[in-house]
Write a protein that binds this ligand. Structure first.
Ligand SMILES: [Zn+2]
Length: 198
């Protein structure tokens, strides 16, 4: 088969990944795989990869060129990292207008490709692309997310999942929202973490 990233043909049966059990067949070649750099997780954030050049190119294609097939690239890593977590998985949602622009939600597609069940309990109230007003609303401390009425998170253990962590504003807003609604413990998991010195 051909690598989804570089289009070179490769043999999927070659075991190039000693560290994790492959639950799903590989969709990228060993060379592309090696171009990604594993991240160090911290107490606050579990992260799979760093934001290096290879990851930058991947994100560009996946997110901005809307290549939904690329959701499968990290499904083995995501499955290995998430399938035994006992918390409820909570993906970070897009604002509905942004979802229309993007055509799909990157985070949701990553989880679906990795066959990780999740619960859509959040709504994004403010589209960050919206002008000045948004800035003022953000300054006023209004949370950009809300918990959908039908969900009760009291005493629940939850894991927020996002694609990229940069400043942490988004996931920390959500963490506060869930804790203020009575969640017992809220942890953060991301595919990519930008190193804080970058
Ligand atoms: Zn490749």
């Amino acid at each position: 088969m051909n690598c989804l990233l570089c289009d070179q043909s490769f043999r999927a049966e070659v075991s190039w990944q000693a560290l994790i059990v492959q639950t799903f067949p590989a969709v990228i070649c060993a060379r592309c795989r090696q171009s990604f750099e594993r991240a160090q997780s911290t107490e606050e954030v579990t992260a799979l990869f760093t934001y290096n050049n290879a990851m930058k190119a991947y994100i560009q294609r996946y997110k901005f060129m809307k290549d939904v097939a690329l959701a499968h690239v990290f499904r083995n890593e995501l499955y290995a990292a998430l399938h035994k977590r006992r918390e409820k998985i909570v993906p970070v949602p897009l604002h509905h207008e942004r979802l229309l622009e993007r055509t799909f939600s990157q985070v949701h597609e990553l989880l679906r490709a990795a066959k990780i069940p999740y619960i859509d309990m959040l709504r994004k109230e403010i589209n960050d692309r919206q002008s000045q007003k948004t800035l003022q609303e953000r300054k006023s401390g209004q949370n950009r997310f809300s918990l959908c009425e039908q969900f009760d998170v009291k005493d629940e253990e939850l894991l927020i999942v996002d694609d990229i962590y940069t400043t942490g504003t988004t996931v920390n807003d959500i963490k506060q929202l869930l804790l203020s609604n009575g969640a017992k413990k809220v942890s953060i998991f991301v595919l990519v973490k930008v190193k804080s010195d970058e």
